[in-house]
Design a protein around this ligand. Structure first.
Ligand SMILES: [Zn+2]
Ligand SMILES: [Zn+2]
Length: 344
């Protein structure tokens, strides 16, 4: 099978094509696993964090990609949940221990044995992938393969971040950064709380125009002061300066949720601008989002079909994964980037 593999950590500036196209044997599903013929795989900012070593894969070579849509090709022993031909999705959570305190409380995203798709196990930048059947999800028929892919991380983790804000009807929400996840969160938030106003802080005018098209009440630059204080803010940027700016826009008692697996270190000195009285006092809270649970993915897919959410997707052939990643690195973004297998 064709696969794009990562062989070592590198920096995009030195190596703009970190993934290599190779031919690998089709993997065989073991007990409890299913083999998928992959039709689409979303491209996520976390892949940049893996390539550049902020969340490094434990072994190489590895196939990245954790927003997989495919059809069941073959089932392993004691795997009876799906049958050949079923369309399923796979998200960032590849497996968890199932027995620790976190797993028993449906906080498997925090399990110390959490395994990530496309980092700890091979993912979807390939024509085939193997996953434990308990960590695969039926995909609502409404969505095409390409549309469904970004729902699995950008959407599902976005859903978790919105849930972690504790958003109440009528209160204002800020979205800092407007990429794959935020454009889906905006649609969810409008559905969940039609009386709330959504304020978007984005780096480029293209993103701001897109945000207004999707119904943002206001869209400005990351540097702007918000015209209204915001009860909740979700930050999806990879850097620090927007966090400091966002805390200033947060209402007293408000909560800022950082939806990022890692932050880049380049502008860390921005944190020295933190002023306790302006940025943190009056009971402001900062919370991070870690991974995703199966319940998040299942609830979100049902919600996405009900709203229905329309992901804006840019498709690339598998062979062009490096180009998609480079454009993401350079923040040339409108919606979500998706790799399509099989030349369609
Ligand atoms: Zn992701
Ligand atoms: Zn566990």
């Amino acid at each position: 099978m064709k696969a794009m593999i990562l062989e070592r950590i590198s920096n995009f500036r030195d190596n703009p094509a970190p993934l290599k196209l190779v031919d690998l044997p089709i993997p065989d599903p073991k007990e409890g696993e299913i083999l998928l013929k992959v039709s689409a795989c979303g491209v996520c900012h976390t892949e940049l964090d893996e390539i550049e070593g902020r969340t490094p894969p434990p072994h190489f070579p590895v196939v990245l990609g954790h927003q997989i849509i495919g059809r069941v090709e073959k089932t392993g022993d004691r795997a009876g949940r799906f049958k050949a031909g079923d369309r399923v999705g796979v998200a960032w959570i590849y497996s968890a221990c199932g027995s620790c305190g976190f797993c028993r409380e449906e906080k498997e995203n925090l399990c110390s044995e959490f395994q990530a798709t496309g980092r700890d196990a091979n993912g979807g930048y390939a024509e085939y992938a193997v996953v434990p059947e308990g960590f695969a999800y039926p995909i609502p028929p409404l969505f095409t393969d390409g549309e469904a892919a970004p729902l699995l991380c950008a959407g599902a983790v976005g859903y978790r971040s919105l849930r972690l804000t504790g958003m109440k009807a009528g209160q204002n929400l800020g979205l800092v950064g407007f990429g794959a996840s935020a454009h889906l969160v905006l649609q969810m938030a409008k559905h969940k709380s039609p009386s709330s106003r959504i304020f978007v802080f984005a780096r480029s005018e293209t993103e701001r125009i897109f945000a207004r098209e999707l119904g943002a009440f206001w869209a400005g630059s990351i540097e702007d002061s918000s015209p209204k204080k915001l009860a909740y803010i979700i930050d999806t940027t990879p850097v620090w300066r927007p966090v400091v700016k966002a805390l200033k826009n947060l209402e007293r008692g408000g909560r800022l949720v950082i939806n990022a697996i890692r932050k880049e270190e380049g502008d860390k000195e921005a944190l020295l601008q933190l002023d306790y009285a302006n940025h943190l006092w009056l009971e402001k809270e900062v919370k991070s989002v870690a991974n995703v649970t199966r319940t998040d993915v299942e609830e979100f897919l049902a919600l996405a079909a009900k709203i229905p959410i329309r992901p804006e997707v840019q498709e690339y052939p598998l062979e062009n994964a490096n180009r998609a990643l480079l454009e993401l690195k350079e923040r040339r973004i409108r919606g979500a980037k998706v790799l399509k297998m099989g030349g369609k």
